[in-house]
Design a protein around this ligand. Structure first.
Ligand SMILES: *Cc1c(COP(=O)(O)O)cnc(C)c1O
Length: 397
């Protein structure tokens, strides 16, 4: 059994704050500041350029990839770190489209995080081959899978509602139609068990600053199935994906395995912080995390519904259909969330009317849920959100 009191003790959680936004940015592992300082002083400071070998910086994107592979059911040696998730979406989609040269349809859904769709539009424009991006509603995706489909590209858990797709069933259906599948695990990695290998996924991508707690700007990851990796052509053919980067050959030759999906210099300081977060993940069993996440979300829904009749549940009621977040519709969701944040309950607002709360068992417990519910009941019951101050929109919501 995972000792969640022990994992909670490993995070810095500011006093007076109940942090329900780990789905956007995980909190600071207490050990990260020392580790980053050590990396700066002892490695960068003392080793200078020799740190790439001596401190193992160059091997870290694959080593960390293996640690993340455990959390997403990927085969060892098939996940590598680098860049941001938007870039990894582009990379995976570019490679996948090339593997289906006679097909023109990319299928996603209208609840996907916009950057995934924007990156697809940008790539379609650059390719100039009249690819078509289709974005039906969440529940209609399966009906659009047919023999025209090149690539099914979905985010497993909807960032607004928390609704989950059935990864295994959709992957099977797409494969039966001859298409490839890319799964975006932004709201899955560290939120629920994922079985990429068992689902036969072709590609997967995700970020590490949300549920994985790697810190703002932590690198993304990309997975390519073992059966494809030797044939995938990297569209972003950077020198660190080359078979022999230090041969400085003028011609590009892709590296042998997943390392071909590397592009340029990896973010060494960010990876140091991420490793500290992954040390905490080593204490956790994903099945335990999932069971507790569902229990916390159920408790939160029951508490809010009992005390706040104006909030309408936007997430699936059935825990098995949800990720690790709970969202409510409320017309004045923006000022309401500002009022909660001012009282120490940090969630976030997603346009047009979604108040979103993430539940992360590594550092949130039942006491936090109950305390948050009491504050939400006070804010909603007494219209404490209804002030000019809370209606001023900031750049990041
Ligand atoms: C958070 C998120 C992103 C963010 O992409 P970045 O390039 O890391 O800013 C992309 N896609 C999805 C589905 C997300 O949830």
């Amino acid at each position: 059994m995972t000792d969640f009191a022990a994992t909670k003790a490993m995070f810095h959680l500011p006093k007076g704050v109940i942090y329900l936004d780990g789905n956007s940015l995980g909190p600071l592992p207490k050990s990260a500041p020392n580790r980053v300082t050590k990396t700066v002083q002892d490695e960068w400071g003392e080793m200078l350029i020799t740190g790439w070998n001596k401190a193992g910086w160059m091997a870290q994107p694959s080593n960390i990839g293996d640690r993340i592979a455990r959390l997403i059911g990927a085969e060892k040696g098939h996940v590598v770190m680098g860049d941001t998730l938007s870039i990894k979406v582009y990379q995976a989609l570019a490679s996948a489209l090339e593997m289906r040269p006679d097909r023109k349809v990319i299928l996603s859904d209208n609840g996907n995080f916009p950057t995934d769709l924007y990156m697809a539009e940008g790539l379609i424009g650059s390719l100039g081959r009249q690819h078509q991006l289709k974005t039906p509603a969440h529940g209609d995706v399966a009906d659009h899978i047919n023999e025209d489909l090149a690539v099914l590209m979905l985010t497993e858990v909807d960032y607004r509602t928390g609704q989950k797709h059935n990864m295994k069933a959709l992957t099977e259906k797409a494969h039966a139609a001859g298409a490839l599948v890319i799964w975006d695990l932004a709201h899955s990695a560290g939120a629920l068990p994922v079985d990429l290998a068992g689902c036969n996924a072709d590609f997967a991508v995700g970020c590490t600053y949300k549920y994985l707690n790697g810190g703002p700007g932590a690198p993304a990851f990309i997975y390519v199935a073992p059966r494809h990796v030797a044939n995938v052509r990297p569209a972003l053919s950077g020198w660190l994906g080359h078979a022999a980067p230090f041969a400085f050959d003028l011609n590009y030759a892709a590296g042998s395995g997943i390392e071909r999906m590397r592009v340029g210099t990896p973010p060494v300081l960010q990876m140091a912080a991420l490793e500290e977060a992954l040390d905490i993940w080593d204490m956790a069993d994903m099945a335990d995390v999932r069971a507790k996440s569902i229990a916390l979300c159920d408790r939160f829904i029951a508490g809010v519904e009992a005390s706040c009749p104006t909030l309408k549940l936007a997430s699936p009621r059935d825990g098995a259909q949800r990720g690790s977040q709970v969202s409510f519709h409320f017309d004045n969701g923006y000022p309401a969330m500002q009022a909660l944040i001012a009282r120490g309950v940090i969630g976030d607002f997603r346009a047009p009317d979604i108040m979103r709360f993430g539940f992360t068992p590594l550092y949130i417990d039942e006491g936090d849920v109950d305390a948050a519910v009491a504050i939400i009941a006070d804010v909603m019951g007494n219209d404490l959100w209804d002030t000019d101050e809370y209606k001023q929109r900031s750049r990041v919501t």
